[in-house]
Design a protein around this ligand. Structure first.
Ligand code: DON
Length: 307
């Protein structure tokens, strides 16, 4: 039987999987236990068809990919104006863990870098809820996006908590300016737990397809975000989702995307597709080397570039 999409994805995987460039993230020690050879690729359409190849069913931690969705949840819970007052939407040109704040107010440059993501995390739910309640709301959102119950990798969570000096420093700076008010240790623990939610490339493709589909999960039919929330979060993904290589990404690939140091990248092509790759070796910016190669190949073949 002729299977054009799976055959094409297998061809892309054959071309991109053999590359061995990049290194596993080691600043979270538990992430060095992952097999660096994993390579998964998945695609989901806005009408709910899913195609995948390679290690697309292997679970890995979302890490920074969660930031995009948590920003969407903050927008949903607090509204655009309240969120913009706390977190700007300007590309920082700095690494993901950079100290990129507005000097006078302490407002982080954007919600994709750690400073902005930690702030957006605290804007989930009603004011005054505790860290566990906030995590539960985030977990529920991520499960709704994936259309299944997602687990947390407790080892990765605790490993990050034990090595969180830099994020704790960021949280203390945010507190010193009144941008966040909760205790830094509690916020960083819950933020690291959000980053340790386990997904597969297949899950990420469906989550990305939800954004491509204007906020409606294409398999379950559940509305997760409004059209306006999706527009805001795709805009920030396009300009800031790949940190200090966002310009390279936009010129070479040209679709809104978000990466994580667990090795995942997701991209959303509005009204059409969600795409996800999983390959744990990272470049100096913390983005998956083979993931980027794969997206470059897909965009060249399928003319995905929005411009
Ligand atoms: O906050 C951190 O450092 C990690 N939990 C997430 C960083 C990350 O995934 C950066 N993205 N490529």
């Amino acid at each position: 039987m002729r299977t054009p999409v799976p055959d094409y994805l297998a061809e892309v995987a054959d071309a991109c999987a053999p590359s061995t460039g990049g290194e596993l993230a080691s600043y979270i020690p538990e992430l060095t236990r992952v097999d660096p050879r994993y390579f998964g690729l998945a695609m989901a359409t806005v009408d709910g068809s899913i195609y995948s190849v390679g290690d697309a069913e292997v679970e890995f931690t979302m890490q920074s990919i969660s930031k995009a969705f948590v920003y969407g949840l903050a927008l949903r819970d607090r509204g655009m104006r309240a969120v913009l007052e706390k977190v700007d939407v300007e590309p920082s040109g700095d690494p993901f863990d950079g100290l990129s704040f507005e000097a006078s107010t302490g407002r982080p440059r954007n919600p994709m870098i750690n400073a902005g993501a930690i702030t957006a995390h605290t804007l989930v739910g009603k004011e005054g809820i505790d860290a566990d309640e906030r995590f539960d709301l985030i977990h529920r959102l991520l499960c709704d996006l994936a259309g299944r119950e997602l687990r947390v990798d407790d080892e990765v969570w605790q490993s990050e908590v034990r090595t969180s000096d830099r994020n704790l420093a960021i949280a203390h700076m945010l507190r010193s300016k009144g941008v966040i008010t909760d205790p830094a240790e509690e916020v960083i623990s819950a933020y690291a737990r959000q980053c340790a939610v386990l997904v597969t490339a297949r899950d990420l493709a469906v989550m990305a397809a939800t954004l491509a589909n204007g906020g409606v999960q294409p398999v379950t039919g559940k509305r997760v975000f409004s059209g306006a929330q999706v527009r805001q979060l795709l805009s920030v993904m396009l300009t800031c989702g790949m940190y200090d290589s966002a310009g390279d990404w936009v010129s070479a690939v040209g679709i809104p995307a978000k990466s994580g140091v667990g090795g995942g990248i997701l991209g959303a092509l509005p009204s059409q597709l969600g795409i996800a790759t999983f390959s744990p070796r990272l470049d100096a910016h913390g983005n998956s080397v083979r993931g980027i190669q794969t997206f470059e190949r897909l965009t060249a073949d399928m003319r995905l570039h929005l411009m």
